[in-house]
Write a protein that binds this ligand. Structure first.
Ligand code: C5P
Length: 207
């Protein structure tokens, strides 16, 4: 059983996919982390994230990098969004994601193109959305807890820029699969969003 959870940054897809993985007893892969690792490796190597060859040369990052908390920062998210537009980068990360999806027993993957490109055969596809204002507020609260001083307006601007880049890129743009179930978490707390996602997945599996 493959469960694909796609959607924009801070829509709640990470929390939801972890909860689905726990509920169904499946392993989980946060594919955004792979692009974040490439983005951070580019920065470590002093390379240009907008240059396809520079970015491609950073796709062979060491696995230990995936554990580095710096990957979760907004800055690394911005770099990830820039390296992820390159076809060669997406191709280099494809097998890793596809292999994870196809492991015996199944898996939950979250990202931008899981239901459309990585695992179009997924039994359950959720597309998680939330208004940019709701997503910016969530991100701002998280950043405040971490002592980050960025303003709500700055975070909202950044989210809009990343949304635009993810939606309009030629390679695997962010879009729902035709058979995806849409889940809007703008007005849902964490528990309600998880409950709605579990119910949607159960319903899909029974249909
Ligand atoms: O989901 P997360 O915010 O960690 O993703 C960081 C960036 O990586 C996204 O803005 C997007 O550009 C890119 N990404 C992608 N495809 C995925 C996952 C993430 O292009 N499957």
């Amino acid at each position: 059983m493959i469960i694909a959870v796609d959607g924009p940054t801070a829509s709640g897809k990470g929390t939801i996919s972890l909860a689905l993985a726990r509920h169904f007893g499946l392993p989980h892969l946060d594919t955004g982390l792979l692009y974040r690792a490439v983005g951070w490796q580019v920065s470590l190597d002093g390379k240009n994230p907008d240059d396809p060859n520079d970015a491609l040369s950073c796709t062979a990052f060491p696995d230990s990098l995936l554990l580095d908390p710096i990957l979760r920062s907004e800055g690394t998210g911005g770099l990830a969004s820039r390296v992820s537009v390159h076809h060669a980068v997406r191709e280099a990360l494809f097998e890793r994601q596809r292999g994870f999806a196809l492991q015996p027993g199944g898996a939950v993957l979250d990202g931008r193109d899981i239901g459309t490109v990585i695992a179009p055969e997924a039994e359950v596809k959720l597309f998680v959305i939330a208004s940019v204002e709701a997503r910016a507020r969530r991100r701002w609260k998280e950043m405040q807890e971490r002592g980050d001083t960025r303003t709500l307006a700055e975070i909202e601007d950044d989210l809009r820029r990343r949304d635009e880049r993810d939606r309009t890129r030629a390679e695997s743009p962010l879009r729902p699969a035709d058979d995806a179930v849409m889940l809007d978490t703008s007005d849902l707390g964490k528990d309600a969003a998880i409950a709605a996602a579990v119910a949607a997945a159960e319903k899909k599996l029974q249909s």
